[in-house]
Design a protein around this ligand. Structure first.
Ligand code: ATP
Length: 317
């Protein structure tokens, strides 16, 4: 549930590093309270730099950044932001609980908070085990627990599944889903596309520092090429001609006797009705949704002139 109040507002933000690398290029992005947003992009796209700007670790070259209504890094705002940007350092011989107590004490947070966040990340049962005995997934969960210690209004997680095996990835995915369900505002980055698709309300795609698409996973899929309908109809050639000529569906291919129709999967029932009414026998009609990964690859490999404007994918904001 979003409140409609902005948690993050980036306006025309550019970051140029010494040496000439433009890591972030005229980025406009607004994240509302309560949204779970995935920041997606390949290596070097500018995700970490943007996140570092949100916590005041990097200053933008130009543009404005507002986090929870304040300048990033301002003490009032920082107190309300939990971030996992660099791998947190924990003492290997201390338990997860003691590590969190220690982190909390530095920030003046009562010890009770450590128990609360351990439970939030599902580590209560292993609270007493030394950090060195934790699996990678558990270590990462402890990092997220540390970011949750101050009860932040905004949680920033940079590649929280990096280096994890599939079981660890699934653990973190579940955790982020549950944080979102409990109303946390989360910005997480990843280059694992299926990941963000599964846990985020909205996905912002970065490519070479520029926002090239922004919207809900469903809208991105629809806007970035729709989907495909596989239709098994008799006679197939006649059905293909009929769809092209009478239903104005242009992209129809015959593959192994099946029709491959490029169309919004929501049109499945309509196409079925047209075909049946025209006397074709429809044996099977199956929508194949493009994954966000396909949509992403189409965008990032598109010709530069196709990338000038962000795809206004709507949804989620
Ligand atoms: P990854 O998925 O690999 O972490 P990313 O999307 O997080 O990538 P950034 O780390 O933000 O990308 O890097 C964006 C670009 O800025 C890269 O070309 C990187 O080399 C460059 N860059 C990042 N930090 C610095 C720095 N301190 N000095 C110079 N260049 C930098």
């Amino acid at each position: 549930m979003t409140t409609g109040r902005p948690a993050v507002e980036l306006t025309q933000v550019t970051k140029r590093f010494r040496g000439g690398v433009t890591a972030v290029d005229h980025l406009d992005l607004r994240i509302d309270e309560g949204e779970v947003v995935g920041f997606l992009g390949s290596n070097g796209a500018g995700k970490t730099t943007t996140m570092r700007m949100l916590v005041g670790l990097v200053r933008p070259t130009s543009g404005t950044v507002r986090v929870l209504g304040a300048a990033p890094g301002a003490p009032g705002a920082l107190a309300r932001v939990g971030a996992l940007i660099e791998s947190p350092t924990f003492y290997p011989h201390l338990s997860g609980l003691d590590n969190l107590r220690l982190v909390g004490r530095y920030a003046g947070i009562p010890d009770a908070a450590a128990h609360r966040v351990l439970s939030e990340v599902g580590l209560t049962e292993r609270a007493g085990s030394p950090f060195r005995a934790y699996s990678l997934g558990m270590k990462q969960r402890l990092g997220i627990a540390a970011a949750l210690l101050k009860g932040p209004d905004l949680l920033i997680l940079d590649e929280p599944t990096n280096g994890l095996d599939p079981a660890g990835v699934a653990e973190i995915r579940e955790l982020i889903r549950s944080l979102g369900a409990r109303g946390h505002t989360v910005l997480l980055s990843s280059h694992v596309l299926g990941e963000v698709e599964q846990v985020c309300d909205r996905v912002a795609l970065l490519d070479r520092g520029r926002l090239i698409a922004d919207g809900s996973p469903e809208h991105l899929r629809a806007d970035l090429g729709g989907g495909t309908l596989l239709i098994d109809a008799e006679p197939a050639t006649g059905a293909a001609t009929f769809l092209r000529e009478h239903v104005a569906v242009r992209a129809v291919e015959l593959v192994d006797g099946q029709l491959r129709v490029t169309a919004d999967p929501a049109l499945a029932a309509t196409l079925n009705r047209h075909l049946v009414q025209a006397g074709f026998e429809v044996r099977e009609l199956r929508p194949v949704r493009h994954s966000l990964e396909e949509a992403f690859l189409r965008l990032t490999t598109a010709a530069p002139e196709e990338q000038k404007e962000p795809a206004a994918a709507g949804g989620g904001q």
